[in-house]
Each structure stands twice: as structure tokens, then as C-alpha cells.
Ligand binder design. Sequence first.
Ligand code: SF4
Length: 690
Amino acid sequence: MKKVITVCPYCGSGCKINLLVENNKVVGAEAANGVTNQGELCLKGYYGWDFLNDTKLLTPRITRPLVRRQRGGEFEAVSWDEAIAFASSRLKGIKDKYGPDSIMLTGSSRGTGNESNYVAQKFARAVIGTNNIDCCARVCHGPSVAGLMVTLGNGAMSNSIGEIEDTKCILIFGYNAADSHPIVARRILKAKEKGAKIIVCDPRYIETARLADLFLPLKNGSNMALVNAFANVLINEKLYKPDFVADHAEGFEQYKADVAKYTPEYVAEITGLAPQLIRDAIRMYAAAPSATILWGMGVTQWGQAVDVVKGLSSLATITGNLGRPNVGVGPVRGQNNVQGACDMGALPNTLPGYYSVTDAEARARFAKAWGVPSLPSEIGLGITTAPHKIAEGKVKAYYIFGEDPLQTEPDLSMMRKEFEKLELIIVQDIFMTKTAMVADVILPATSWGEHENVFSSADRGFQRCYKAVDAKGDVKDDWEIHSLMAQAMGYPMKYNNAQEIWDEIRSLCHLYAGATYEKMADLGYVQWPCPTEDHPGTPWLYEGNKFDTPSGKALLFAAEWRPPLEKVDDEYPLGLCTVREVGHYSCRSMTGNCSALQTLADEPGFVQIHPDDAKKFGVKDQSLVWVSSRRGKVITRANLNDRVNAGAVYMTYQWWIGACNELTVDHLDPISKTPEYKYCAVKVEAIADQ
Ligand code: SF4
């Protein structure tokens, strides 16, 4: 038996794992002593590998290229030459007929490495000639990136996962660490053991609330009002740091005016919180010698998400909780390499290394390195705006790499209708997902565990994964598939291994220039910025309180609170919020094929409902129920749970039966275009004769 070092392919905690390999088969996993996980794993780390053995529990592994010559027809297994010729000629035909911007592409954060994301965006920009490339950051922490880029000049976590346990106060806002990032939750627990104060703002009594000093069960959809009230108290009670603000921030007078009316009394009705509780919470945060704010999807999956991120950033700024260890702002990134997909430019507005596509000098430099005369300068489409452009007849082809939009996007019936209008759907994946089922071409890839690559964890840490087993079947590395497609379309893209790609990335991006494969060997951890090979990496940002904004100062910001788009009424009396399930991840194509995890939780999923609401609607615990919204109807199982607030229900989005995105609404934040997954009006009906 040999041990192979890798990084967990699920959440962004970046846990290092030793895969135990016998006769080219993974037979177990044990925790390695990585920088973020310190020899610990959650259950997904321990048991989330046996999809590699193709268990066929949820859906089979794709082991041959597949082509469907007619919509509605059968898939036909073909050779790689035939699949690439078919896909590339159809893609080229669409490009020639409708132009490059008629093609939409994705990167992938689902256990897919930085090198493959880099090659995917290079294919989009240098071969197709479009910035229409995006990744799942659009539906998770896109608002964090957009908000923090404006207020601080950098969209990432300011400090490190390891520092969380040494802060003296943690303000946890809309972030269920125990289910989303169990290893981060462990750091929160350790902070508590070391004497830190814990404040939790969440409508549900989540696990972290159990150890909180103060728990603020705010009403769903009232985030902006509460953040403004926190700022109001800090200013009115003079709890902020005027010298820090004077020296390192701008916009204070406008900020003060904008939050003036948001007294705790003013927001009491909006938030459902007692004014004294709001005061106590922010006084606790301001009094701590060091404090950090952590947030998750409870902040970002709203129609007013970017404003709230800017507001949270402003709380950290005016209390001087930036630019030193154990403080900061922490958008804890979801999927294991969503930070990396963004780092690599799988976004419609940035090249690798966060150079803007509107920056002519950066475009010229990348174009020269890639051997093309120019690169597109218009900001492209995102995953959530592409369906609208399909509806307008402007997008004709979709090249989907390691994403499953027909499971993960909001309002799935609308999504399916738009997908039917596409002239070409190419899916590059490891499993037969819901989206793969409607594809014209499926290009099967090697999986995590079957190749080597670099991942970025949530705190900007680069780590290497090593190959554990040979892939079974006729599959190729993702970067090789994109390279073959590029060659067939007349562009000479060729790499011999992942390190060649990584070294090209380093040569083009000053943030990553010093992060060599050698420094990341074994348990090595290099956090960007790492501009030179003798640089150790950067655990915390903004040294000397110099921010990455054009002025070098942090921008303060507040906005008027806006309620969620949909309203509950007599017909749809409950607010649906989508949440996490600790044993499964994302569209479940990987965790659904792991026997231990599937045993823990299986379809048809569940809807969490407060016992008072269950009684009102005649619903029994564990009974099957219909959940309906104005867009769809699904069957699921009721989970009576007094940890959830009355008036709201909660569902996870992994399930094929009980897919809550049949219900969710396509309402987007106006800046980040992130959907309001956290609120739509639904009803829950008991199914008779059970
Ligand atoms: Fe660590 Fe996240 Fe994997 Fe769990 S799912 S082992 S917390 S990286």
C-alpha cells in the first residue's frame, strides 16, 4: 500500500489527505498534517473518495467520448479523434456564423485544478475570442469578490484560516461553518476554547450558535438593515477608531449620513431583533483587541449581496480590524477550488492574476504570450446572465466544463427551456450529470486523484495534489482536451504536463510568480501574493494599512436596505432558503457516488420546517410532502426542526428528486449577478394516505 498526498476535492478549507492506494485502487484516506487541517478531516475528507472506484450509486462514470448526432437521439461512443472533430467543427461553424460572443464557456471548481482552469480560459479568449467564461463563483462568493474589490481592492479573504483560532472575537454572519467547512468550524471552536467571543447572526439556530456568546436570529432578508445598524451604533457610541478612519479610509461622512437612520430601534421590526441585542453584539465586536468577520452564502446569495459585503468590510475598517494578524474579513469560499478558478481568470471580467480584461496593457501582454494579435476587451457573460442571452438568440453554443447548471442554477424549468434553444452543448465532465444528459457531445475527463494539479484554498493558499491512480477508460486530462479542441480549431496549444502550464501562469501573473512547484511539494503551502521565488507568501493582506484600491485607502459604504424580491402571501406563505448538507457537496455527482456518504443521506432529500408551521399545514415528521413555488413543484421529506424559524423552510440543492432549484427564483444581485437562492415564496402540502 502506498500513501499519496492530495487535497480534499470538496470545500475550500484546503485539507491535506493521504490517499491509501493498493493495486491502482484507492482503498482509504487518512488525514495529513496540512497547514489548514493539522491532521484532521471531516467526513467528506475521510469517505469522499470512493467515487473514483465508479460505484455507480447515483450515475455512472463517463469512460468514452460520446456524441449525439440528433437531439433526442441516443449517445454513440466514438473515438477521441471523432469526438474532437465533431465538437470543434460545430463550434467553429457557430463562431463563423454568429461571432465569438455567441459561445458561452465555463471553468470548473469541482475538484478541478488551476492548470485546467487556466487552459480553459485561454481556450475561450485566445481560440474562441470571447470573455464569455465564468465559474461557480457567480452563484456563491461572486458578491464577496465584487464588494471587497471596491472597498479594499482585493476580493479574497484578508487573513488565514489558521488565524481564526487566535482572534479574540468572531462575528459570524450568514455562515454555517459546521455544515459548509467543518475544519473551519473546528478553528472557531478552538478560538472559543482560547477565550474568544463568538457572535452568530443567522435565522437558524445553527451548530455554531450553540457556542455563541450572542446569537442574533435575524429575519430572512434583513442583512443590510442589521449591518447598517451595527455601523450606526459604532458611530453614535464612538466605538470606532477615528484615527484609523482618518488615515486609512475614505467616504466616512457619506457613510455616517447613510446609516444615520438605521438605529437599532429603527431596524427592530425589519430584523426581528431586540435593539439591546444589536447594541450588545456590536459593542462586543468593537471591544475586542482583535476581531474577524466570517461570512458565507447567507450573505452572498441575495439580491442585495454586494451591498452587504461592502457593509461588512466597512465594519472591519472603522474598527481597525484589518492589516494585521488575527483580524480581517473572511468570505469563506465554498467549493474546493472556486478561489483557484477565479485566480486563473475563469471569470468574464478578469484575466489570470486579476488583470482586468479592460486593461489594454495587460491584454497586450497576454496576447503576445499566447501568440494572438489581440484579446477581447468587452466584459463577457456570466453563468447566470447567459440564459437570458440564449433567450434573446444571442448565445448559440455552451461549452460546459465541470459544471451542472441544470441542477445548480435557479428556476430550472426556465433553464431547461433555454438550453433546448442552443445549437450545440458540449459537456466535459467525469459523471453523467443532469446537464450531460442533454449534451450533443460529452468529453470524458480524468478526475481528482487521477492527475496532478494545484488548488487554491479559501485563504489564497496554493497546494499541490499528486496523482494516486491511473484513470480507467478512455479519458483525458481536462487541459489536454481543451488543447486538442484548440488544435482542431487551428490554434497550436500543446502542453506536456501540468507543471509546464503552471510555469506559464507564473510567468504572466506577478501575484503567483514565486509559487513554484518545488515550494508546494508535499505539504507545502504558498499564499498569494507571492511575487518572487524567495518570497514566503502572504498569510495576511494590507500590511501597513495600505489597501489595494487606487487611493490606497479603504472605501466605506452603506446602502438602503431592500427586501427580497418575492413576497409570501396566502397561497405561498413560507420563505424558502437553500442551505448545505454536511455529507454532500454541490450537485452531488461526486459525493452521491460515495457509499458511506450516500448511506448517511439519500434522496428524496428533505425540507426543514418549524413544528408550528408543520402543525399549521398538517405535515408530519419524515412524511413526504409537496413543496411548490410560482415556478415548480417537487416532492421531498419533511424534517420537523425547532432550530429553524417559523415562517421559513430550508432545503439543500443536491437532490435529483426534490431538487429545490425547481422552486428558486432567477432574481440577481444587480452587480455580481448572483441569484437570490436564499428566498422565494413557497407552500408545503402534506401528501395524503402515507
Ligand atoms: Fe476539509 Fe472541507 Fe474536505 Fe471536510 S470537505 S475534509 S473540511 S476540505
